[in-house]
Design a protein around this ligand. Structure first.
Ligand code: NAP
Length: 555
């Protein structure tokens, strides 16, 4: 009997080959893959269900801004063929149903302990094992720990003074009541006008007596072009899935769109207009691929930004409101583009108003509502779509202690440092999925999760073949990778956008541009080359009989 089978038969086990932290898209595929390798696994999940960010973010209008057919697993043809996406961009409910289906179909739940938050994990050099501790005081041991904690899971603390004084109800997008919120007849104040706020505002406006949107930074908002997927389209996608998936694996952003290999400023104004118009209408995030230099050439970027500002002015009827909605303090794409449905049109409603916080800053929340430098506005309900302590937030909330008592939070006090975004020196046998210095959320994260998981599985297999038990990134390889990631970011206009990509949204967080911007396909090739060269940049060591991964299980 393999270890995986033994552990299913023994839910009280406290020693595993691998502990996985999190049971969202990454955690589930990890559990499945580890089991396929015959390894025993225990996943700890803070939520009451699978789904990760798609479990918690159930605010009105929540849906993915990447097309459903590619924002889905590719590892199982049967799964791919049997699942039907009803719309081009799936709602949160549909994505959650899909993730639940995956958990049931591959019988993954039996290896997941729900309602359990991991509080600490500590490496013991003698036994070559990690001890993983939960908030409930449980301790388990594992040879490997894999962080599947997600990039967008920990809310940024609400940093507006006075929330404790507010007498009405308030909600944060990342922890929405499962039963929903009825805004009928309510005066609602919404803070935050990025991806989340843009999705929420139109739906709240349909119910509320009045919606006031507090905007600090105006964002580039494009229409999703969402629509139902017909049976014919679904059939067509199933036929061309192999080609689509292959494209996503080697594309820049993990998508199947063709990037135009031409510079925007080299194109004629007519060409630019036609290309922008087409991508604006139907391709959402792929607008950034309209030309090949939108993120590297400021003049090119301005042409794309000006096109969007023109759209805003043509949609929003009140010219003063339209001007306030026009982004003008960062290059297009240096903060994530926002994809919405009827967001701009919402400002044409008589029950919606916009407060420009750049002109009249928010001073505080009061007992009755919100006070800006100019006025005090009364509200029944406040809604915060103020974002996340992204990329490192979940990791920094776990006390991770590696070799020689090194604490991850001390090592990362000036910003995260990872080799390939997968491992960090001083922390043997600890892997991170979609972490800092990987493409992370800059690419389709499901494609990234599959690539990371497959790479980690191969790596564990290689260790076994080499009769080694430990793998650890070298400081030199890590330093070189971190420098490369930073240098690449400097070549792009990302350097000009204060976003969660660089921790700029959280006061006091070190400013380090975290994602690898060199393109997902290139990143995959670099990871593959590291593996092909015997895990270059890593030290492989150890081979104690007790610690070696069970030969028979991996065979
Ligand atoms: P976000 O991009 O960090 O935006 C937070 C918003 O809140 C910004 O408008 C920000 O203004 C504002 N804000 C924060 N603190 C504030 C304060 N103290 N006073 C006034 N305004 C404040 O967060 P998000 O919208 O939740 O999106 C985060 C990421 O999640 C997205 O970039 C995307 O990757 C992902 N996401 C995806 C989808 C989708 O698939 N459709 C949906 C939602 C989220 P400033 O910009 O001025 O800081």
């Amino acid at each position: 009997m393999s270890k995986a089978q033994q552990n299913k038969a023994n839910p009280g086990a406290h020693e595993f080959d691998v502990v996985v932290v999190g049971a969202g898209f990454a955690g589930l595929y990890l559990i499945h893959s580890l089991r396929q390798k015959g390894l025993s696994v225990r996943a700890f999940e803070a939520g009451a269900e699978v789904g990760g960010t798609w479990f918690w973010n159930r605010y009105p209008g929540a849906r993915c801004d990447i097309e459903s057919v590619i924002y889905s697993y590719s590892f199982s043809k049967e799964l791919q063929d049997e699942w039907r996406w009803s719309e081009r961009y799936a709602t949160q409910a549909e994505i959650l149903a899909y993730i639940q289906h995956v958990a049931d179909r591959f019988e993954l739940r039996q290896d997941i302990q729900f309602n359990t938050r991991v509080s600490a994990t500590t490496f013991d050099e003698k036994s070559e094992r990690w001890t993983v501790e939960t908030e409930q005081g449980q301790h388990v041991k594992a040879r490997f720990v894999i962080m599947a904690t997600g990039s967008l899971t920990v809310p940024k603390p609400i940093d507006i003074p006075g929330l404790e004084d507010f007498k009405g109800a308030w909600y944060h997008s990342t922890n929405w009541p499962a039963e929903g919120v009825d805004f009928t007849g309510k005066r609602v104040g919404l803070v935050g006008t990025a991806s989340t706020g843009v999705q929420m505002a139109p739906l709240i406006a349909q119910q509320a007596e009045h919606l006031t949107v507090f905007q600090r930074t105006a964002n580039f908002v494009l229409p999703a072009g969402n629509r139902p997927l017909s049976e014919d389209e679904q059939r067509h996608y199933r036929e061309i899935y192999p080609q689509i998936r292959e494209k996503t694996r080697y594309s820049n952003g993990g998508s199947h769109y063709q990037v135009n290999d031409k510079s925007a400023i080299a194109a004629t104004p007519q060409e630019r207009e036609a290309r922008y118009e087409e991508n604006y209408r139907i391709n959402g995030l792929a607008y950034l691929g309209s030309f090949n230099d939108l993120l590297t050439n400021e003049a090119s970027n301005t042409t794309a930004a000006e096109f969007i500002r023109g759209k805003i002015r043509s949609i929003v009827k009140d010219p003063a409101v339209a001007e306030d909605l026009c982004p003008n303090d960062h290059p297009l794409g240096s903060k994530r583009l926002c994809i919405g449905s009827n967001y701009l049109e919402t400002f044409n409603r008589s029950n919606v108003s916009l407060v420009n916080l750049k002109r009249t800053p928010l001073e505080r929340i009061t007992a009755e509502g919100m006070r800006t430098s100019e006025q005090e506005l009364p509200f029944d309900v406040l809604v915060f779509a103020t974002g996340f302590d992204a990329i490192t937030g979940a990791l920094s909330r776990i006390q991770v202690t590696g070799r020689d008592g090194l604490k991850l939070k001390d090592k990362w006090k000036d910003g995260p440092r990872c080799y390939l975004g997968l491992a960090t020196a001083g922390f043997p046998n600890l892997f991170i999925t979609t972490g800092p210095q990987s493409p992370g959320a800059l690419a389709n994260v499901v494609v990234g999760i599959e690539q990371h998981t497959d790479w980690i599985m191969d790596c564990i297999g290689y260790l076994q073949q080499q009769n080694k038990s430990l793998i650890e990134a070298t400081p030199d390889a890590e330093n070189a990778w971190v420098e490369k990631v930073a240098a690449l970011a400097q070549l792009t206009l990302h350097r000009k956008g204060a976003s969660w990509y660089s921790g700029a949204n959280v006061p006091g967080k070190p400013r380090v541009f975290m994602p690898f911007v060199g393109g997902f396909g290139n990143y995959r090739r670099l990871c593959d080359a590291v593996a092909a060269n015997g895990y270059e940049g890593f030290v492989l060591s150890g081979c104690t009989a007790g610690a070696a991964v069970e030969q028979e299980a991996l065979a």
